[in-house]
Ligand binder design. Structure first.
Ligand code: SF4
Length: 327
């Protein structure tokens, strides 16, 4: 049997950066450091940071006055930023720069008087944050069928944006439906789906075409991990979303000649290694990396945090770099 490992997989540059911001804040200020929501959608990552001294909260009213708080990689609504400022909290924003880019687009379109259609999943943290940039002007859709139900004040003045972690193919269908209904619609040149989401889906398409079953390691609330499962299933390849090696079921791999493995953008690489070992424990197998796209994206850290660390004479751990991409 063969195990095919999709590459790229796992941590993206936005997740790396968010985790490093929490680690550095703990190193500089000492625990506890408050983090609003899961900094990234992965229980193993959250548990490790909690053990280092991070305290995860749902809302800012759980953060004491004068404390340091970190916003998660998914971004926050503008009202949360304003509340943090009003309370004088010491904020480090771990919002992924590619999510911030969407927020800035929303702000610009709102300022120019557009109604903004956001393609995304209701209740996902990122969508809540982006909708919060211009709550009076935003309309949310998830499927092409939703377009007919839209009721915007001026159909000649409409813009669209997308969540960063959607299915590339489904989003194209949504945008085509929007263009049919609103021929003068404006938006980003293609969509806002980030490089990491696109690359992981491209790698899954290649691997899914060669395997009998695909295991996607990621959390149930991770949008990009769920999309990887969907992409594989659309191609007719059975796929299962698992948290870690404990979720691997022997019946999934019993008759397989080839098993694919990949991981969502919030999944640490050690979970991939453990799943591979678990599969090999059940059946001896060769492991092969399937390189589809090379990644070398890296985002800078907030300068104030680095300056504070230097000012306090703290030695910070070296930056890790993106997981699968650096292999
Ligand atoms: S999945 Fe994309 S948008 Fe989300 S944190 Fe990673 S790089 Fe940023």
């Amino acid at each position: 049997m063969k195990i095919l490992l999709a590459n790229p997989r796992g941590f993206c540059a936005g997740v790396d950066r968010a985790i490093e911001i929490v680690e550095r804040a703990i190193a500089v200020f000492g625990p506890p450091i408050h983090v609003r929501h899961e900094v990234v959608h992965n229980r193993h990552v959250v548990d490790r940071l909690r053990a280092l001294g991070a305290v995860f909260v749902d809302e800012l009213d759980q953060v004491p006055d004068g404390a340091t708080v970190i916003f998660s990689a998914h971004g926050v609504p503008r009202a949360v930023q304003q509340e943090a400022r009003r309370r004088g909290l010491n904020v480090f924003d771990a919002t992924c720069p590619l999510v911030t880019k969407v927020h800035l687009e929303a702000t610009r379109y709102a300022r120019e008087g557009y109604s903004i259609i956001l393609v995304g999943h209701a209740d996902h943290d990122e969508v809540v944050g982006t909708m919060g940039e211009a709550p009076d002007r935003m309309f949310l859709i998830a499927h092409p069928e939703d377009v007919d139900r839209l009721n915007v004040p001026d159909p000649e003045k409409v813009a669209y944006l997308t969540q960063t972690t959607l299915s590339v193919d489904d989003t194209r269908d949504c945008i085509e439906a929007l263009r049919r209904r609103f021929p003068r619609i404006v938006g980003p040149s293609k969509d806002d789906i980030c490089y990491a989401t696109q690359n992981r889906q491209a790698a899954v398409k290649t691997v899914a075409s060669e395997v009998d079953v695909l295991l996607v390691i990621g959390a149930a609330n991770s949008s990009n991990a769920n999309r990887l499962v969907e992409v594989s299933r659309v191609m007719g390849t059975p796929s299962h979303l698992i948290n870690d090696k404990n979720d691997v079921r022997s019946e999934w791999i019993a008759g397989a000649r080839r098993v694919g493995v990949t991981a969502g953008a919030s999944t640490p690489e050690f979970l991939v290694s453990e799943v591979v070992e678990e599969v090999r424990r059940a059946r001896s197998a060769e492991v092969r990396e399937v390189h589809v796209v090379e990644e070398d994206v890296r985002f800078g850290l907030p300068r104030e945090l680095e300056d504070m660390a230097r000012g306090a004479g703290k030695t910070l751990p070296p930056r890790s770099g993106t997981a699968a991409a650096s292999e």
